[in-house]
Design a protein around this ligand. Structure first.
Ligand SMILES: [Ca+2]
Length: 521
């Protein structure tokens, strides 16, 4: 079967809607606490919850559309402040008509572990999907299974990427459209409910088309759609209609990109060393030998932005359908990325590490009647919060077992202040395939980030995000911070221990190892 895409023009959000006049552009600055006279561990936020009947977020049976992208960094949206030539009109309008979660993070900045955290509400050390090389452990429970038991009709469309070889339907979904592993940007072979067909066209367009087809079916049950785009993962390939759209755009390099003593003086040694591997900007994605050409950073940056633009177009198609079909009042739409992506920061060209560009993700929500237009959520939310948030929107109880580490942020979307975390926990487990980045544990408060590197002879990290948002000045050896570092380290390990995070999962080497350390250039 061949499904030809013949879309003449993208349907942007109609300016005649209530959204039209609301060109709200908000800066996604860090939400930092007041100036602190001396470094100290922050105390928990005060409990100031409003009465339960203050909003309508406890209404049950809401439809949910969860839209995921791949490697879309948090600040590459118009509403998030940059880069100025990049157009994301649909993301911007989603933020203007709904909520922009300004401080959204992943608990592990890597495809498969993050996807498993989204689907389980658990840290990677609990769900045990710690690399991109193998399927989820037997017995893993995903939240759509709870939705099914609560009477929901569920569908998965797009990139699954937990287990490279398998595109077969997974439990928890009544309808299944997916492909093997990373998939392809063009002409994908899709497994639709167990039958494979080759499609012609741009994969993001085709996945949106498949999602709209399912949304358009008549049904009597509430629904849950999980639309998971392949875009914007490397190799960045925009739709042909968008290729070259930003070719003349001037690329501004981040201040920590240059290979200077100033940039690396206080950083852990491994940070500079990663420049010379596949995930460093001196040798981006080059092959195993050192004489192959290094691709143009500027051109890759432009292709990334053009791919984001096409993702935004397809996000707009889904949102437009929901509005036009009269589903907006009964549906919660959430958009997020599965992890961040450095484009030159610290000399990096990847994710995995605990710096801001890696751990932060774009996150937006749209639900007229529940979320007031222009809502800005400043609390730190994480991918582990998605499952409990959606279950609450569905009025579906969260089973006590196997347990969820995240917390529903639905009240925050509805404008209620509830007790919330004052820090996030981050973890990344060293991969045999990409040995340049060590095992990382981090604890990030609104102002400070403490990073502990396990199993490597190197210094750890402490950054003051208020005075040093670029994380250029590592304070770990500054004597004035010694007690603060000790307190943060204790807090990190207390939390890891209490949630079972001191058992580091070790996996057999599998797949290709990108071991080469290239020569300095
Ligand atoms: Ca990813």
């Amino acid at each position: 079967m061949v499904d030809t895409m013949q879309r003449k023009s993208m349907c942007l959000f109609a300016v005649e809607t209530v959204w039209g006049a609301m060109a709200v552009f908000c800066l996604a600055g860090l939400q930092l606490g007041a100036q602190e006279p001396a470094p100290s561990a922050r105390s928990p936020a005060p409990e100031n919850a409003a009465p339960e009947n203050a909003t309508s977020e406890n209404a049950t049976g809401r439809n949910v559309v969860l839209i995921l992208s791949d490697d879309h960094r948090y600040d590459f949206m118009g509403c998030a402040g940059g880069p100025e030539f990049l157009e994301t009109p649909n993301m911007d309008r989603m933020a203007a008509a709904g909520a922009h979660l300004l401080n959204a993070f992943v608990s592990t900045s890597l495809c498969s572990p993050s996807r498993a955290s989204i689907l389980t509400g658990q840290y990677a050390h609990r769900h045990k999907v710690v690399d991109n090389q193998r399927p989820v452990p037997e017995g893993t429970v995903f939240f759509p299974e709870h939705l099914q038991r609560s009477g929901y009709e569920t569908a998965f469309v797009g990139k699954w990427h937990m287990g490279h070889e398998n595109d077969e339907p997974r439990k928890g979904f009544d309808h299944w459209v997916s492909f093997r592993g990373q998939g392809e940007y063009f002409d994908p072979e899709l497994n639709i409910d167990g039958r494979r067909s080759r499609f012609r066209g741009y994969t993001a367009d085709i996945l949106a088309e498949q999602a709209l087809k399912w949304l358009g079916q008549k049904r009597s049950k509430p629904f849950f759609l999980y639309l998971s785009f392949k875009a914007v993962h490397y190799p960045f390939k925009p739709a042909p209609r968008n290729h070259g759209r930003y070719q003349k755009a001037e690329i501004k390099y981040p201040e920590t990109m240059a290979n200077t003593e100033e940039n690396y003086e206080t950083q852990p040694h491994w940070v500079r060393q990663r420049r010379y591997g596949i995930h460093g900007i001196d040798h981006m994605q080059t092959g195993p030998f050192d004489d192959d050409p290094v691709p143009s950073f500027d051109d890759l940056y432009r292709r990334y932005c053009e791919t984001v633009f096409g993702l935004d177009e397809n996000l707009g198609r889904v949102l437009e359908y929901i509005d036009k079909a009269g589903l907006a009042q009964s549906t919660l739409v959430i958009y997020l990325g599965d992890n961040g992506f450095a484009l030159g920061e610290h000399g990096f060209y990847d994710k995995r590490d605990a710096f801001e560009q890696s751990i932060r993700v774009p996150m937006l929500a749209y639900a007229p009647g529940l979320i007031k237009p222009g809502t800005k959520v400043t609390q730190m939310v994480q991918n582990i919060d998605i499952a409990p948030t959606i279950l609450q929107a569905a009025g579906c109880p969260i089973p006590a077992k196997p347990g969820i580490d995240g917390k529903s942020f639905l009240p925050l979307l509805a404008g209620r202040q509830i007790p919330w975390r004052d820090h996030i926990l981050y973890e990344y487990y060293w991969e045999w395939n990409f040995p340049a980045t060590p095992t990382v544990f981090a604890l990030r408060t609104e102002r400070y980030k403490y990073i502990y590197y396990h199993g490597v002879w190197d210094r750890n990290g402490l950054y003051d995000l208020q005075t040093d948002p670029a994380e250029r000045h590592n304070l770990i050896k500054v004597p004035a911070y010694r007690d603060f570092v000790a307190a943060m380290r204790k807090r990190l390990f207390d939390e890891l221990e209490s949630s079972g995070g001191l058992q580091i999962p070790v996996r057999r080497p599998k797949g290709t190892q990108f071991y080469d350390r290239k020569l300095a250039r």
